[in-house]
Each structure stands twice: as structure tokens, then as C-alpha cells.
Design a protein around this ligand. Structure first.
Ligand SMILES: Cc1cc2nc3c(=O)[nH]c(=O)nc-3n(C[C@H](O)[C@H](O)[C@H](O)COP(=O)(O)O)c2cc1C
Length: 427
């Protein structure tokens, strides 16, 4: 039998100590986001459909992206017990410098479309957190403005080689003059992937008003206020005649880039050079042997070839082939700090986040990007403590098992390298 008593007024009073409400709406909104998925939900509510879909979407059936995220979820961690890790060190040395966390911000095109602060928010938040920021060739903020936003931190530049080579080489020189320390040479975009959501939304650059966009704008007045009261939304380094993103990419990018271009750019660039968009073991080996400073296993966040290899699955095979000292980095599908810890355990030296950063940006500009970084940092620290490791260097393959759901029938390591002619045919 439970013994009952009269309610005690003092106890009742204690229960009724309400928390002071947060009056700052943006802070309230961002504090309520506990995961990157939560930030995505806020971002979707606040951003016009065409802009949100351009960011959130991928190519064709979006299988590459779904699978990449699935692969990170389908892991099992193996913690060590009775190994106290009260303090963890999340610092890494990468490409000749340090980063306070094992991830940096990936290059994204047309970033001010998502939220007007765009690259300035990304670069300044990265600088404050002590992690690198990458500016895209298709950015909406100039190289020099990014440098001003992140004057003491690490800035990296992503290069697309364009049909008009002089434009690309000019950007490389400007980035070097502005003190950017690393160049990411993206090689997975001979043509644009089929971004079906953009087609269905009739999304074009520059954005155009239709009856649909106006109706969709009504519940999102903040975005439109920003759009109409800040400098024109345009590429910082590219002039365009208008069209869909795919049409623009196809008009500007050169589909015939080869190892010859890599050699030319290597000569022009005084800093570190890494190749982004590597998708098999043979290419990884050839690039590392050719002396690049690093490679990024990536399928462009699923925005190019659909059903492309899952970078996280490729990772251990590549590390085994190129050796654990080579700088192998990875992106695509990272939505949680635990994904980053798993990648580091399987031999990645660094990771990049694309959408996780953009969801934060859309949810709350600069403070939203700060929130993305804080969420990932907490998840990384907590996962490391639960695994019983106090530094990233202590992570090893034994901490992670990849579960079988999406594992290829034939391992990619077995794929024979087929020699290619040095220069592909134009077209
Ligand atoms: C909206 C958007 C624009 C992008 N633009 C570029 C770009 O201009 N150059 C590039 O190399 N990669 C670009 N990417 C790919 C990212 O650099 C990165 O590889 C990808 O976002 C990683 O996957 P995640 O979004 O799942 O993190 C873009 C990605 C997104 C989502």
C-alpha cells in the first residue's frame, strides 16, 4: 500500500520555478535545434522552396545521398571500458596547419541564395571555431571579401577548371595572393548532374518570380526581405547569361580536364593542392603517387552521378592501398559528429560538411552556422568520451564495424585500373 500525505506547499513552490523565457527569437529557434536534422527542419520552414530544394536535393533519384547517409547510420561502435577520458582533444593537423575540429566547411556554389549572409557567415563562423572554410569557384562572395571575413583563420579555395582557362588561372592567382593555403581541385563535374528538383521548381539563376514563387514567399517574408534589401545575388567570379544551374555548369565547365590540367595548376599554386571527387581505389593511388598533397573521397553530396560509390565504404579500401600516412579526406552524407568520428577511426585525416553547414545558415545566418559547429562538436566530444579515447589519434578501425546492408558484392579494391588516354575527347 502506498502511504499518502497532504501536498506540501513548499515542494509545490519549488516545482513552479519557471525558466525565464528567451526573448530573442533567433536564439530561441536555434537553441531548440539539438541535431543537424532539427536545423534542416527549421531551414525548410524559413527558406523558399526552390532555394531549399537546390540545397537539400541531389541528382536523379537522390540514391547516392540517401545511401551515403545510410552508410554512416549503419555502423556499430566498439567502446573500450574503464578508460577514463575526462578531457578530449579534438585538434588535428591537416595540410600544413591545425584545425580545432576534424572537419571543415565544404565549397558550395550560390551560397547567398540560401541566406543572404552566405559565405561571410560560413567564413567568419569557421574562423571563430578554428576550422578551415572553403570558398567555391561558384561562390557569391569574392575571394578578398572571404579573407576579410576570416582574416586570421584558414581559407581554402575550390577550383573548377572552366572552358575559359584564363578565368580559372586568374582565380588561382587571386586566392594565392589573398593567403588561401589550400586548393581543392574538383574533378567530378565533367557535366552537371540531373538535379530534378530544380527542374520541377523551374529554378533558374538569377531567380525568377512566378505565381508559384510568390505564393510560396508569403509565409517566408524574412528571406524575401533579406533578398530585396541586400546586394544583388550573383556569382562573385563568373558572369552568366541565365539558366538553370545545370545549364550554367555545362556552359562554364570544361568536360575535357585531365592530369595535364592538374600539372598546370600544381605549377601555378604555391600552397597545398588536393583533388576533390575521387571515387575509386585506382585513382586514389595514382593521385597520391603523382604527389598531390591529399585526396577527398566524395561524390559531391550525391549531386553528380547517382548511384555513385559511397565514400565512407570506399575509405578503408583506399587507406589500405595508399597507406595510412597519406592525406585521405572524405565528405558526403555527414549529418552527425559520430559520422566524423567513425570516418576518422577508419583512417580519414579530415572531413568536410556541405549541407550540415547550409542547414544552419538557412536556419539562422551566422549564428545558425555557429549552431551547426556546436552541435557537431558536442557529438564528436561525447562519442569520443563514450568510446574511451582522449584524442583523435587514438581512434582506430577496431572502434567501428560497418554493418552489411549496403556493402558492395565485389569489393572496390578488386576493381582493375583501366589506363585512360591522357586527354579525353571534347564533347
Ligand atoms: C548547395 C550545394 C552546392 C555545392 N556546390 C559545390 C561547388 O561549387 N563546388 C564543389 O566542389 N562542390 C560543391 N558542392 C559539394 C560539396 O562541396 C560537398 O562535396 C557535399 O556537399 C558533401 O555532402 P554533404 O552535403 O552531404 O555534406 C555543393 C553542395 C551543395 C549541397
Amino acid at each position: 500500500m502506498v502511504k499518502r500525505q497532504l501536498p506540501n506547499p513548499a515542494e509545490l513552490l519549488e516545482l513552479m520555478q519557471f525558466k525565464k523565457p528567451e526573448l530573442n527569437g533567433k536564439k530561441r529557434r536555434l537553441d531548440s535545434a539539438l541535431t543537424i536534422h532539427d536545423l534542416r527542419t527549421i531551414a525548410k520552414r524559413r527558406t523558399p522552396k526552390a532555394a531549399f530544394d537546390y540545397t537539400d536535393g541531389a541528382a536523379e533519384g537522390e540514391l547516392s545521398l540517401t545511401r551515403a547517409r545510410q552508410a554512416f547510420e549503419d555502423i556499430e561502435f566498439h567502446p573500450g571500458i574503464l578508460r577514463p577520458a575526462p578531457q578530449v582533444d579534438t585538434t588535428v593537423q591537416i595540410l600544413g596547419g591545425s584545425s580545432a575540429l576534424p572537419f571543415g566547411i565544404a565549397p558550395t556554389g550560390f551560397t547567398r541564395l540560401m541566406q543572404t549572409e552566405g559565405e561571410i557567415a560560413g567564413a567568419s563562423a569557421a574562423g571563430a571555431a578554428g576550422i578551415p572554410f572553403t570558398l567555391s569557384t561558384l561562390g557569391t562572395t569574392s575571394i578578398e571579401e572571404v579573407k576579410r571575413a576570416n582574416p586570421h583563420g584558414r581559407n581554402w579555395f575550390q577550383l573548377y577548371v572552366m572552358r575559359d582557362r584564363d578565368i580559372s588561372y586568374g582565380l588561382v592567382r587571386r586566392a594565392a595572393e589573398a593567403g588561401f593555403d589550400t586548393l581543392q581541385f574538383t574533378v567530378d563535374t565533367p557535366v552537371a548532374g540531373a538535379r530534378l528538383r530544380d527542374k520541377r521548381n523551374g529554378f533558374a539563376i538569377p531567380p525568377q518570380l512566378t505565381l508559384g514563387t510568390i505564393v510560396n514567399a508569403i509565409p517566408r517574408p524574412w528571406w524575401w526581405y533579406d533578398f530585396l534589401t541586400t546586394p544583388k545575388l550573383e556569382f562573385a567570379s563568373l558572369s552568366t547569361t541565365g539558366g538553370t544551374v545545370g545549364e550554367l555548369l555545362n556552359a562554364a565547365m570544361d568536360p575535357t580536364i585531365s592530369y595535364d590540367d592538374l600539372a598546370i595548376i600544381r605549377d601555378l599554386w604555391p600552397g597545398k593542392i588536393v583533388v576533390k571527387g575521387v571515387q575509386n581505389v585506382a585513382d586514389s593511388k595514382r593521385l597520391i603517387d603523382s604527389g598531390v598533397d591529399g585526396i577527398i573521397l566524395s561524390n559531391h553530396g550525391g549531386r553528380q552521378l547517382d548511384r555513385a560509390p559511397i565514400p565512407f565504404h570506399l575509405l578503408p579500401h583506399v587507406v589500405r592501398e595508399v597507406g595510412k600516412d597519406a592525406t585521405v579526406m572524405i565528405d558526403t552524407g555527414i549529418m552527425n559528429g559520430a559520422d566524423i568520428v567513425a570516418a576518422m577511426a577508419l583512417g580519414a585525416k579530415f572531413t568536410l560538411i556541405g549541407r550540415a553547414y547550409l542547414y544552419g545558415l538557412m536556419a539562422g545566418g551566422r549564428e545558425g552556422v555557429d549552431r551547426t559547429i556546436a552541435i557537431l562538436r558536442d557529438e564528436i566530444v561525447r562519442t569520443m568520451k563514450l568510446l574511451g579515447v582522449s584524442s583523435l589519434a587514438e581512434l582506430e578501425p577496431a572502434h567501428v564495424t560497418q554493418l552489411a546492408r549496403l556493402v558492395p558484392v565485389a569489393q572496390p579494391a578488386a576493381r582493375a585500373a583501366r589506363p585512360r588516354p591522357a586527354t579525353a575527347a571534347k564533347g
